[in-house]
Design a protein around this ligand. Structure first.
Ligand code: GLC
Length: 545
């Protein structure tokens, strides 16, 4: 019996390689194409792994590479153990794993347990009749009294969360597309199937999984209506609108979902692997329930990807997450679902400067900062021509959607900026040019790529940033956000208020370890910090560079 009094508590194991790591998300379809079909693939990724190792990241998360009809670009899985032919073969994936490991990189696969593709054999069987062997793998309900959907739940991608299946006379549930039927986690065979899937991937040498919509697996057993909100949050032009009009108290973040991860944690720990949840719960106290010693190792703090370029908002948003979850969070700078940080913070050169400064702050927080491909090049989002929409959000709702952040990675000057010898599945963007490419930035000390590399190297050299040194928020107001880690390191970000450089008085022995902007300087304990810039400062002589 342990100190919590729960006899079967699993004592948390966290792989040494995870603590202090830096993560990087690869959107496989847009990373690198090896065969000229315009679609990124595993051999293309394999050839570019040295770019990631040189950048100084430790963990690479691959968006789904399993076979899929691509209605939601891999997040509609038709076979959990196969490899999508557009991306290559299982041998190609083994090649990626082998090379990544040889370069010192760990690899996380994307696991999608909330729903399958409607072409998954389980769903095809489930549709064959009410008595089908896999019927209960999915969520089926009788029509409501008026013959309509069983309740008022709506899909993230617009429309009801229910589709009527005429042949068997029931509705099935889908929190996303009708082609993404939700699995029924009240069915023990679903639990067993995913325990086998996890084990198989870990035995293939995968170092962990990023768990898609990890807060969504379990539903209210009574399928009660969600209440309508009096005041829906303001719209961001994303998936929102109808979905955001409801308080999702019966379809998301339900009791019992963490029990699933308790089972998975034992499997992960036996393989020195990590469980990283896409837990879209914007409340640090609630998020904390997922990241315990016997459940998920880490979860993304999505508020970090939402904050405006505002010092007070950055402080008041991030501080409660650190207080509640300490080093059990991952801090996304950008992702395939959200605009690049440079775009969010104003676009162009200013946006890129701010994104690097913000990444510097994320590098100071306990836990794992995560870059999304292109962040290291300072990319904002691609400007795409009309009529090329691929994202179901744009196709269904007619809003901006997620294509602009998913455009191909610019590698080198030339056709399609080195992504493919063919026609890219999404255009590279009319705002992208040779100067944006990795090749052009490589070796130029002032480039975004080299500044990012230096940032990650500096972080890696400072045990206060990668270890357990306690974090303190040291400036409570004004345009500078600053934290210390122990007595050793201070990281300061000047968000700017149009008043020009900020001055900070530090101990005399303080030394500058890293600055996003060469105009930052520190003399005799006086730090001058330009707007939109951040620095890492060693506070004692031992830590000084
Ligand atoms: C997650 C993915 C997103 C996908 C959705 C449905 O949020 O990140 O890209 O559309 O789940 O699987």
């Amino acid at each position: 019996m342990d100190s919590t009094g729960r006899g079967d508590e699993h004592s948390g194991h966290r792989p040494g390689w995870w603590l202090g790591a830096v993560g990087y998300e690869v959107y496989v379809r847009s990373f690198a194409d090896s065969d000229g079909d315009g679609i990124g693939d595993l051999p293309g990724l394999r050839a570019r792994l040295p770019h990631l190792a040189d950048l100084g990241v430790d963990v690479v998360w691959l968006t789904p590479v399993t076979p899929s009809p691509q209605r939601d670009h891999g997040y509609d899985v038709a076979d959990y153990l196969g490899v999508e032919p557009d991306y290559g073969t299982l041998d190609d994936l083994r090649g990626v794993l082998d090379d990544a490991h040889a370069l010192g990189l760990k690899v996380l696969m994307d696991l999608v347990p909330n729903h399958t593709s409607d072409l998954h054999p389980w769903f095809l069987d489930a549709c064959s009749g009410r008595d089908a062997a896999h019927r209960d793998f999915y969520v089926w309900r009788e029509p409501g009294p008026d013959g309509g959907p069983p309740n008022n739940w709506v899909s993230h991608f617009g429309g009801p969360a229910w589709t009527f299946h005429a042949a068997t006379g029931q509705y099935y549930m889908h929190l996303f597309l009708p082609e993404q039927p939700d699995l029924n986690w009240a069915e023990p065979r679903v639990w067993a199937a995913f325990e086998d899937i996890l084990t198989a991937w870990f035995e293939r040498g995968v170092d962990g999984v990023r768990i898609d919509v990890a807060h969504s697996l379990v539903e209210d057993p009574h399928f009660r209506d969600n209440p309508l909100l009096d005041q829906p949050p303001s719209q961001d032009g994303g998936t929102g609108s109808v979905f955001d009009r409801f308080a999702h108290i019966h379809d998301l973040d339900q009791p019992g979902v963490v029990d699933i991860y308790r089972r998975w944690r034992r499997i992960a720990d036996a393989h020195d692997a990590v469980l990283l949840g896409e837990v879209y719960v914007l409340d640090p106290g609630k998020l904390r329930r997922y990241v315990t010693d016997d459940a998920l190792h880490s979860a993304f703090a999505f508020d970090a990807i939402k904050v405006a370029w505002d010092a007070q908002e950055i402080r008041s948003t991030l501080a409660p997450y650190v207080a509640a979850c300490d080093d059990r969070l991952s801090w996304p700078l950008s992702s395939h679902d959200d605009p690049h940080a440079a775009e969010r913070f104003g676009g162009g050169e200013v946006g890129a400067r701010r994104a690097l400064a913000y990444l510097t702050l994320l590098c100071a927080l306990p836990g794992v900062p995560f870059l999304f491909q292109g962040d290291e090049l300072g990319l904002d989002d691609a400007v795409l021509p009309e009529g090329v929409a691929e994202d179901p959000i744009t196709l269904r709702l007619g809003v901006r959607g997620r294509d602009p952040q998913r455009s191909p990675m610019p590698w080198e000057p030339g056709p399609a900026l080195g992504f493919t010898l063919g026609t890219p599945w999404l255009p590279v963007g009319s705002n992208r040019g040779p100067a944006d490419t990795a090749a052009a930035q490589q070796g130029d000390p002032g480039s975004h790529l080299e500044r990012t590399r230096e940032l990650l190297a500096t972080r890696g050299r400072l045990p206060a940033l990668t270890g357990h040194a306690p974090l303190e928020w040291v400036v409570d107001e004004g345009p500078v956000v600053a934290v210390t880690r122990g007595d050793e390191v201070l990281v300061a970000l000047h968000v700017g208020d149009g008043e020009g450089d900020a001055q900070l008085v530090l101990p005399e022995e303080a030394r500058l370890c890293y600055a996003t902007d060469p105009r930052a300087f520190l003399v005799d304990g006086e730090l001058t910090l330009p707007e939109d810039a951040a620095v890492i400062v060693a506070l004692d002589e031992e830590t000084a560079p």
